[in-house]
Design a protein around this ligand. Structure first.
Ligand code: M7G
Length: 183
């Protein structure tokens, strides 16, 4: 028998279709709830670094859409990791896989329930990887998830990452959203 996961997860792919809205351009690819089915999905698709600029992958718990508007994300935010061009070949795929494994393995320990999903944005300048959590106001949970994330990715303590509330990102005018937490 296969090894069951605690949650069922859904993989989404985003590629902007100019005749559609942003939301309609999010496509649900597949869902899985065993370790074996995760790996067959993973080996079947392109790696993040092979995607075209402008495309995203998202992996969220089943029933949560990879967007601010979903009720599970509305009060939440994201730990954001920016990657420069050099890191696309060295870290992007490795970070993304490590985050997927941490999520399906419920590796955020007692705070795993606060995890909604994760997103990788492949962009011409800065690629981004983010872990989305459900409630930005629960500091203990947000901080512990950020700490665990840095530990799993072996990000040196000298580098800080920021947590941004979706409600701030949603209304941002300039290029960057303020960090509500940093670690
Ligand atoms: P992005 O793809 O997250 O980052 O957002 P980028 O600026 O590096 O490409 C780009 C744009 O996509 C935003 O300004 C929004 O117009 C749209 N967008 C992104 N997200 C995450 C959402 C979302 O959750 N909901 C909606 N409605 N639009 C979004």
């Amino acid at each position: 028998i296969k090894h069951p996961l605690q949650n069922t997860w859904t993989l989404w792919y985003f590629e902007l279709d100019k005749s559609k809205s942003w939301e309609e351009s999010q496509r649900e690819i597949t869902s899985f709830d065993t370790a074996e089915d995760f790996w067959s999905m993973y080996h079947h698709i392109k790696t993040a670094s092979e995607l075209k600029n402008g495309c995203d992958y998202s992996m969220f718990k089943q029933g949560i859409r990879p967007m601010w508007e979903d009720k599970a994300n509305k009060q939440g935010g994201r730990w954001l990791i920016n990657l420069d061009k050099k890191q696309r070949s060295t870290e992007l795929d490795h970070f993304w896989l490590e985050i997927l494994l941490c999520m399906i393995g419920e590796g955020f320990n007692e705070y795993s329930d606060d995890i909604c999903g994760a997103v990788v944005n492949v962009r011409p300048r800065t690629d981004k990887i983010a872990v989305w959590t459900g409630d930005a106001s629960v500091q203990a949970s947000v901080m512990e998830i950020g700490r665990k994330l840095k530990e799993r990715l072996k990000i040196t303590p000298k580098i800080t990452i920021g947590y941004q509330v979706h409600k701030d990102t949603m209304v941002q005018k300039g290029s960057t959203t303020k960090n509500t937490y940093v670690i």
